[in-house]
Design a protein around this ligand. Structure first.
Ligand code: CP3
Length: 336
């Protein structure tokens, strides 16, 4: 038996208590993080091991969750591959000179672990201090490519889709370079001590099933296959994936993360034997307590929550969420 409900659930083993963690639980509105943000920007916080470790640990005590997530950002990998990225408050990642032509793809350097020595140090610190498992993560190639091509967050991903459709050869180069980077980046995290890894393909749900299969799936398959020997559970998360869920969950991994646009029971049917993570609408954290718990009860009734299930939101925690409500929710799920 594993001593962690989170790791046991990833592996599909029965648990006595439903494991809970929240995407984007570190940072956001937590008081210790807000205090550090008065003197540090996000990127320098992620690159300062002692402080990044502190931010990763804050929700463990405060919210009572069953896993910690490394305090990092998906853009740290492109930065390690030579791309200049700024994180703009209220906007997100911005690249002043995006990779928006086939020629510019060559700017992406190969990933080497030394470029993220700071992350390895953060992981080592966390492993000496944490009582719960540590989740490492990376952005998936499509989601990373979308920031690199658009230069900023987009709601339509038009430039990304046109690049993919007009320049299939350059797309292949870009996705291959990013996939190799993701593999090296996640392997580095596992070697340093990450006990599970999650691939965030946050924006891949903007593609049609045919596009997903042709332009994304082979790369993600290759990433997960390459990580198999790492020996830690592998989680694959995306939003808006209801229409591509069979393909999305066909990769060789242990856990599929889904958002709330599909019912968890239906999602479980589509993914089959793998474990499932999700899928409360983050907005519910701000709803009346009765509404919140009724929704949670309904979710839990659709699956067997004590085997192969990890309670989470369907996407990141909103900064507006009240820490004490979130804590109460964790207790509520733990009592089920
Ligand atoms: O889970 C955690 O809290 C750990 C840290 C973490 C950050 N980014 C720190 C961060 C994680 C897991 C991420 C992942 C990430 N980053 C994703 C995938 C998950 C998702 O939300 O879909 C994406 C798409 C990004 C890109 C990114 N970085 C955006 C869109 C933004 C701005 C808006 C936002 O969502 O916060 C960032 C900046 C960023 N990354 C902050 C933090 C704490 C800044 C927030 C602040 O200003 O305090």
């Amino acid at each position: 038996m594993s001593d962690s409900t989170f790791l046991a659930a990833c592996r599909g083993e029965p648990v006595e208590r439903i494991p809970v963690w929240f995407m984007r639980q570190a940072g956001r509105s937590l008081p210790g993080y807000r205090k550090l943000r008065e003197t540090h920007d996000v990127l320098s916080l992620t690159q300062t091991p002692a402080l990044a470790a502190q931010v990763s640990m804050e929700p463990i005590e405060l919210l009572g969750v069953d896993a910690a997530i490394l305090f990092a950002d998906i853009m740290l990998l492109p930065i390690a591959m030579g791309i200049e990225v700024r994180i703009v408050e209220g906007v997100g990642p911005v690249i002043d000179d995006p990779l928006d032509t086939p020629e510019k793809v060559a700017r992406l350097h190969a990933f080497t672990p030394e470029r993220v020595d700071y992350l390895q140090e953060t992981i080592r610190i966390l492993r000496t201090k944490l009582s719960v498992p540590l989740i490492g993560f990376s952005g998936a190639p499509f989601t990373l490519a979308s920031y690199l091509i658009e230069g900023k967050p987009s709601r339509t991903w038009l430039k990304t889709k046109l690049f993919m459709l007009e320049h299939p050869k350059a797309w292949k180069e870009l996705m291959t370079a990013l996939s190799d980077g993701v593999i090296g980046y996640l392997q580095t995290q596992i070697t340093a001590g990450a006990q599970a890894v999650q691939l965030f393909d946050s924006w891949v749900g903007c593609l049609s099933p045919e596009e997903y299969r042709a332009f994304v799936l082979p790369y993600v398959q290759h990433i997960f296959a390459s990580l198999k020997n790492g020996g830690v559970p592998r989680l694959h998360f995306g939003t808006n994936t209801a229409g591509i869920l069979e393909d999305f969950s066909s990769v060789d991994c242990e856990v599929i993360g889904v958002d709330w646009r599909i019912s968890i029971g239906k999602a479980k049917q589509a993914i089959g034997d793998k474990s499932i993570q999700g899928n409360l609408d983050p907005a519910l954290l701000l709803a009346p307590w009765e509404t919140l718990t009724q929704t949670v009860d309904r979710m839990l009734a659709e699956i067997n929550p004590k085997q192969g299930y990890i309670f989470n939101l369907g996407h990141g925690m909103p900064p507006e969420a009240d820490d004490m409500v979130v804590r109460k929710l964790v207790e509520y799920v733990h009592k089920k």
